[in-house]
Design a protein around this ligand. Structure first.
Ligand SMILES: C[S@@+](CC[C@H](N)C(=O)[O-])C[C@H]1O[C@@H](n2cnc3c(N)ncnc32)[C@H](O)[C@@H]1O
Length: 192
């Protein structure tokens, strides 16, 4: 059975936990992502509550499978539709320039399948922001605790990359402009 970690029950709780776990680094993270976005429209896959939209000055669409998160986002005037990010045909022909994958690749069982499809599309670039596991992290070094905190109710919790394998993964797709904030790394992958 697929578990749902505590913060995925409530969108308010999710946003609060983001602020607590990033300890004030969220503006830095959003600023770094905004600096890479460039012109055009942004499509965020697995957007959660889409709270980055409030920091962006670009047309934005988020795709999210958790209807509670999407309803909360819509109430905040954020542009979100409920869908599965693997339903490419529903969103890939809508003329978005940048696809944003923030904290989502470690949630899905087959990130390479998604990225390969995006690399073969008409978008200009993919921006990824992913955390890596710190050896001293009690939560993410224990499968049981990781499931308790990180299961989103859609996928089983997966293992996180360590720093080196995350960088290798990015470089394998031609990732540039790597920026490290705490234990997350942001990259931009040019596509067309
Ligand atoms: C850790 S959250 C990240 C949310 C947001 N990008 C952020 O950084 O705040 C991962 C999100 O991906 C969503 N998700 C996971 N698998 C999905 C899928 N197949 N289709 C759509 N959304 C998915 C989950 O519901 C969850 O809200």
């Amino acid at each position: 059975m697929i578990m749902k970690g505590l913060m995925y029950y409530s969108p308010r709780m999710y946003e609060m936990m983001m602020h607590v776990s990033h300890r004030g680094d969220l503006p830095k993270r959003f600023g770094a992502i905004k600096g890479l976005i460039g012109p055009g429209r942004v499509l965020e896959l697995g957007c959660g509550t889409a709270f980055i939209q409030d920091f962006l000055d670009r047309p934005y669409l988020g795709i999210e499978k958790n209807p509670r998160f999407a309803t909360y986002a819509l109430r905040k005037n954020r542009n979100v539709v409920v869908d599965d990010i693997f339903n490419y045909g529903n969103y890939l022909r809508k003329g978005h320039n940048t696809v944003l994958l923030m904290d989502v690749l470690h949630h899905i069982p087959n990130p390479a399948v998604l990225l390969d499809r995006l690399m073969d599309s008409n978008i200009s670039q993919v921006i990824i922001c992913e955390p890596y596991n710190l050896p001293e992290s009690v939560i993410h070094s224990s499968k049981a605790l990781n499931r308790l905190f990180d299961s989103d109710g859609i996928n089983d919790a997966t293992d996180w990359h360590d720093r080196e394998s995350l960088i290798d993964f990015y470089e394998g797709y031609g990732g540039v402009d790597l920026t490290e904030i705490r234990n997350s790394i942001i990259t931009r992958i040019p596509v067309r």
